[in-house]
Ligand binder design. Structure first.
Ligand SMILES: *Cc1c(COP(=O)(O)O)cnc(C)c1O
Length: 494
């Protein structure tokens, strides 16, 4: 299977090449030349398999330069009982219609683990398959969840070093502690003075500076990234939608071939795009419900065809969805409008911050997707009503999706599928303060004490990786100016 760029001028590469390189040379994102399909009877076969077997089977359709045995070995380790106690992607019923797909049982308690536990293994194989001699220096700018998940995925991986930059006042106390206490011999964590954009621009500048690339090459290194535009992060996300369908089939909750709707709390459009690919492969999915918080740029786009980032940025209690540029939307545009039109939309976005897709493109997108959003009050109310109504404790991001699903069900009535699979992307304890405040209308205690308060209030056990966080050794305390990021990055190659 060959991989090509969404913008049409990035050449052709293998899966290993795409995973090693991240971004295509023309600035576009890598996509498989042709999407594989689920064969007749395959869902039935998959439903009898373990999660690692399902993952290896689905991934082998996309990563054809990896053998099934290689993929199975990697998936068995990545999705082991040790890393995902109780199973990688369990579902839980919320009443008649809603089925919560819990994607946060991994080492960092957010869904990023589903991709970042397997991607480092695929990446190391990619280095070998492409004959790479140098060590990779992975730089990550993070607003919270990605940084920790990447650190945990790449720690002590041979041939790789990783440095994470987070905005000093732009992540939660829990997120900061999670990163500051990171273990591993090849990891570094820096707090950057400024906001997330300062950290991200710093990393982008380093990546695009040929002097920097030369300097680290002299020391035997090359730069790489771990962000969600890498195909190695996207492909593993396709698996859990197929797996959830199989689980519902196996338990008799749905019959084989029955249409389900899927709702995903969306930021960069990666997770929901993976669900779309699963549908294109033949998974019986009806509507894809794109859930946004107060930063509802995607809701507007899906309703009007206008993507306009010239708007206020809101800081919300679901920070991983506080995004104005949803990078992976480019992949959807490519599949629907082709590379030439996509390149033109992306040019308009970078020059004017806005583009409008043609009516034909919008109609095609709307045949698969719909968009709903939920503001801060709505998120808090949903956390409360779901807890009171179903005794289910939801995190802030998942609550946005539950609210979107409720709005969708009210709008579409009998046109909706009998079941809606809702992606739940974080443990409620990862955002314990906001969840506590939503339930009680009272301020939560500061930092890790909020976790204790929440478990006292609800009796729901603290998600294991977050328990005892305040007792772990703090290893990283350095605070740097964003101007010093290049020098600090270089230190890692000496
Ligand atoms: C990253 C993240 C999201 C958004 O996922 P995208 O793939 O960027 O759409 C949603 N919820 C949580 C908790 C996340 O960490």
């Amino acid at each position: 299977m060959n991989y090509i760029s969404t913008r049409g001028n990035g050449g052709v590469t293998t899966a290993a090449g795409a995973i090693k390189q991240g971004l295509a040379k023309d600035g576009g994102l890598y996509m498989p030349e042709k999407l594989p399909v689920l064969e007749k009877g395959e869902l039935e076969r998959l439903s009898k398999m373990s999660y690692p077997e399902r993952a290896a089977t689905v991934l082998s359709k996309f990563l054809t330069d990896y053998t099934y045995d290689e993929l199975y070995e990697d998936c068995s380790e990545a999705y082991s009982e040790k890393r995902f106690p109780g199973g990688a992607a369990p579902t839980s019923a919320l009443g008649e219609k809603m089925r919560i797909l819990e994607l946060w049982h991994g080492p960092t308690s957010a869904f990023k683990d589903m991709a970042l536990q397997i991607m480092p293994r695929l990446f190391v194989r990619a280095l070998r398959k492409t004959g790479e001699q140098k060590t990779a220096l992975i730089l990550v700018a993070t607003s919270g969840d990605t940084g920790k998940a990447a650190l945990e995925g790449y720690k002590d991986v041979d041939g790789v070093k990783i440095a994470v930059f987070y905005p000093v006042d732009g992540v939660s106390r829990v997120q900061k502690l999670q990163m500051a206490t990171q273990e591993g011999n090849n990891v570094q964590v820096y707090a950057v003075k400024g906001n997330f954009d300062d950290a991200q621009n710093g990393v982008k500048k380093i990546f695009s500076d040929p002097e920097m690339s030369r300097a680290i090459a002299d020391n035997g290194y090359f730069f790489s990234s771990a962000n969600s535009i890498n195909w190695g992060r996207l492909a593993p996300q396709i698996v859990y939608y197929i797996s959830a369908y199989c689980d519902l089939m196996a338990s008799g909750d749905i019959t084989e071939g029955e249409i389900v709707d899927v709702c995903v709390p969306t930021g960069n459009f990666g997770n929901i795009f993976a669900a779309y690919i699963a549908k294109q492969m033949g998974l019986p999915v009806g509507k894809l419900i794109c859930a946004s918080n107060k930063n509802n740029i995607l809701t507007d786009f899906l309703r009007t065809g206008v993507y306009d980032r010239n708007r206020l940025f809101h800081t919300t209690m679901s920070p991983s969805m506080d995004i104005l540029i949803s990078s992976n939307l480019e992949r959807l545009l490519y599949l629907i409008a082709g590379s030439e039109e996509t390149a033109s939309y992306m040019k308009q976005l970078s020059e004017n911050g806005v583009y409008k897709v043609s009516d034909g493109v919008l109609a095609k997108i709307q045949s698969d997707f719909c968009g709903y959003f939920c503001d801060e009050k709505g998120t808090a109310n949903t956390i409360k009503s779901i807890y009171n109504g179903y005794n289910y404790l939801s995190d802030t991001h998942s609550a946005v999706a539950i609210s979107a699903t409720e709005q969708y069900l009210a709008d579409s009535k009998e046109k909706a599928a009998k079941r809606v699979i809702i992606a739940s992307t974080a443990s409620p304890y990862k955002f314990a303060s906001a969840v506590y405040e939503s339930l009680t209308d009272k301020p939560a205690p500061d930092g890790p004490a909020a976790l204790d308060a929440l478990t006292e209030l609800t009796g729901v056990e603290i998600t294991a990786p977050l328990a005892g966080l305040d007792k772990k050794t703090v290893r990283f305390t350095r605070v740097i100016e964003s101007a010093d990021m290049p020098a600090v990055a270089l230190e890692n190659t000496k």
